[in-house]
Design a protein around this ligand. Structure first.
Ligand SMILES: [Zn+2]
Length: 67
């Protein structure tokens, strides 16, 4: 797999945000700042609920993190 995106629901404010599965830096909720994903060197450690796996597309380019 070349890297997928995940739709993560923030546990604090229920904002849904698309996060790259192999994020190389911490990804914070755009609304409240709660950390949604921590880098591990491989697949990120998600801190919120994974709602959906999103196939690779450039729907939300400003919210994606480069590997
Ligand atoms: Zn939030």
């Amino acid at each position: 797999m070349a890297g997928s995106f995940y739709l993560i629901r923030c546990p604090d404010c229920e904002n849904e945000q698309v996060v790259f599965g192999k994020a190389s830096s911490e990804v914070a909720c755009a609304v409240c700042g709660h950390v949604l994903a921590r880098p591990t060197g491989g697949e990120a450690d998600f801190q919120g609920e994974v709602e959906e796996v999103v196939e690779r597309r450039s729907e939300n380019p400003e919210e994606t993190i480069e590997a």
